[in-house]
Ligand binder design. Structure first.
Ligand code: PLP
Length: 353
């Protein structure tokens, strides 16, 4: 037993999958379960598989490599690096793409490996991360359709990643219209129309999704959150992953730093409110392993003051719990903390079954 550790409750993840899949099925939507939030740990991916998810997406080949023996369609959801074309074709069935040059390399890799690789063409719809421009997509689709070792599976789009742009009926209409134009151009139907991530979840049952038949869901499954408005998905659990850290110091200290002040460890100048003497605790965990801004103490009487590489400082003055050095404290995690914590070698992972 070592700290910090992330305690993973597979039943809660199962619960979230069931709720999300049911809602998706009622609306004729397939769910691609996105696994990057937990580094594609096979133990958790098995829960995805056992509960009806047939397709998983991860941003890294090294993660997809871990689940080669699981009977799932594996999708690389970060557009591929040309330098990894062979591995992409070897370890994933489908990849999301936005560069014709890269797809040509995947085609070559496919020839070498005597394998057909599926591609989903991403379309830029305003969030300004990856995607072909709508005006180039028809020509690209036509070219890709001719490639011998590439199978054009469909088209997709991305929202609320860089620009914070939320999917709406207008975007859905545009994507559906593009789908039909592409189909006309290549003379056949597309299989997958992937309409976004957890930020599209709130659309289910609310608006007509037209041709969209797939959503890529990570945070919704892991933390029960739709990400357009940051709301909890009804019936889901947000505590399937709990961080437990050990307290290494408790002292009453001033609430405002004293002495001549420059920058903190990360080049910032933090502001502090003077609240007099406060009881503070230090936990043995920090920014190396977690995004401290997305840690949420389970004890409502605890407030996070700040973190450095290896320390998290919290105010415990208002807590009803009698904390002691050597005891632990628990936190819920946001996506940022989860991503980093699950990939950190300094963080223990423990499964509750
Ligand atoms: C991370 C990611 C997702 C999943 O996003 P969530 O907000 O976790 O649902 C979907 N698609 C792409 C391309 C991603 O990078």
């Amino acid at each position: 037993m070592s700290y910090p550790k992330i305690k993973i409750d597979l039943d809660k993840i199962k619960n979230n999958i069931n709720i999300i899949l049911k809602k998706a099925q009622e609306n004729n939507i397939d769910i691609m379960g996105v696994t990057k939030g937990f580094a594609c740990e096979p133990e958790i991916v098995k829960v995805f598989l056992e509960n009806g998810i047939k397709m998983v997406g991860d941003s890294r080949i090294i993660n997809l490599k871990k689940i080669q023996n699981l009977d799932l369609i594996k999708v690389l959801i970060r557009i591929p690096m040309i330098s990894t074309a062979l591995e992409v074709v070897k370890y994933s069935d489908i990849s999301l793409n936005s560069e014709i040059k890269t797809i040509e390399e995947l085609n070559k890799a496919g020839k070498k490996l005597n394998k057909t690789h599926g591609v989903i063409l991403m379309v830029e719809q305003g969030d300004l991360r990856e995607g072909f421009l709508p005006e180039e997509i028809l020509e690209v689709a036509y070219e890709v359709e001719k490639m011998e070792n590439i199978n054009l599976e469909g088209i997709g789009t991305n929202f609320t990643c860089v620009g914070g742009v939320i999917p709406d009926s207008n975007k859905i209409f545009q994507l559906s219209q593009l789908t039909e134009k592409v189909e006309e151009k290549i003379g056949r139907k597309l299989k997958i129309i992937s309409g976004g991530n957890s930020s599209s979840y709130h659309q289910l049952g609310e608006v007509d999704l037209k041709r969209i038949n797939n959503l890529r869901i990570g945070e919704g499954i892991l933390l029960g959150r739709e990400t357009a408005f940051g709301e909890n998905i009804l019936g889901t659990k947000d505590d399937g992953f709990i961080l437990e850290g050990e307290i290494i110091e408790i002292k009453e200290k001033e609430s405002v730093p004293y002495g001549r002040r420059g920058m903190d460890a990360f080049g910032k100048k933090p502001e502090f409110k003077d609240r007099g003497l406060r009881k503070r605790a230090i936990l043995a965990l920090g920014k190396q392993d977690f995004e401290c801004e997305s840690l949420y103490p389970i004890d409502k009487g605890v407030e996070i003051i700040g973190g450095s590489s290896d320390h998290l400082v919290v105010d415990i003055s208002d807590s009803k719990i009698n904390y002691e050095v050597g005891k632990t404290m628990e936190f819920k995690m946001g996506y940022g903390a989860l991503l980093r914590g699950m990939t950190s070698i300094y963080v223990d992972k423990e499964y509750k079954k």
